[in-house]
Design a protein around this ligand. Sequence first.
Ligand code: NAD
Ligand code: IPM
Ligand code: MN
Length: 348
Amino acid sequence: MSAFRIVMLPGDGVGPEVIAVARAVLERTGARFGHAFSFDEQLIGGAAIDATGEALPAKTLDACRGADAVLLGAVGGPRWDKGAVRPEQGLLGIRKALGLYANVRPLILQPALIAQSPLKREIVEGVDLIVFRELTGGSYFGEKRQSATEASDLCIYTVGEIERIARAAFTAARARRKKVTSVDKANVMATSRLWRETVTRIGETEFADVALEHVLIDAMTMHVLRQPRSYDVIVTENMFGDILTDELSAIGGSLGLAPSASLGAGKPGLFEPVHGSAPDIAGQDLANPIGMTLSAAMMLRHGLMLEAEAEAVENAVADALAAGARTRDIGGALGCRAMGDAILSALG
Ligand code: NAD
Ligand code: IPM
Ligand code: MN
């Protein structure tokens, strides 16, 4: 029996609703495979601001630093939009503090949900791609200034920051279909020109067996809709990756289905769905818990190195969908808890 310490950060909006499902799924998985998962719940985002005045209390960060992995629901909401401290600062703060520079966002096309894609079956069938989104640089973290008449967000990338995310993407591609698509705006942005030069050099010198192409972000948002099957690993900077992955989630049928892993050089990783706090449906048991549950599966695989356990969770999600379980966002009538129950019963 192995013991793992998991910090849970439910956050705001639908965060607590979906993370409750992930926790139940992890408990069942632990029982089935003989692991003792301990769960330490901590505050982040708006919930932390309400309780402590800070979006990322020191106690939360300390608990995360001592954990084997961190699972996060979502942060943010209209209640905190006008405050001096924003819930999103908590999420950006924990990514930065833990050095989580690689945000891995796979587009998983559930066979049972092909009809839920807004794209035609012949365009989406067989899609299998992963986005490597740089997560601790760019305009998210450069100096921000705002006066009554002017505002600026500084976008900075260092060669080192680009090299490490490029290596992560090339390494993943090497184990897949050996193709990397680097997405930038090198026709306008200096950071993108440095990005393109650096990714090209890493590809030529360290990954000559992996094909590399460069595509501008504006065209890329169009190409992924017309021919999503032609992509294997996509690597891009923080803001472009944020936008592109919400778009890609729709191809899979719903933003509520999309998981992610935020990884750094060591432990712990942070595992979080792509979606946000969904204020429009929060507190109504309407959220789809699958993005969160598949993030827990990514935690089992990439955070705790439990591959068979990760597959068991992924299979349970696929089986529940194959059996017809559907939340409202994917054309059904189940609530978040009932969808969780369907996944649990598929898990056995
Ligand atoms: P959102 O992702 O919260 O919601 C966008 C749309 O998708 C909404 O219509 C919502 O109902 C739907 N949706 C999202 N998750 C769903 C789920 N699990 N099941 C069913 N439908 C789902 O984005 P938004 O509305 O632009 O942002 C709301 C708040 O969330 C903002 O404060 C934003 O900063 C924050 N946010 C947080 C994260 C995060 O914590 N990782 C990510 C994105 C946005
Ligand atoms: C995401 C979210 C966050 C981001 C926000 C809430 C800071 O949109 O995880 O995709 O932009 O990274
Ligand atoms: Mn986002």
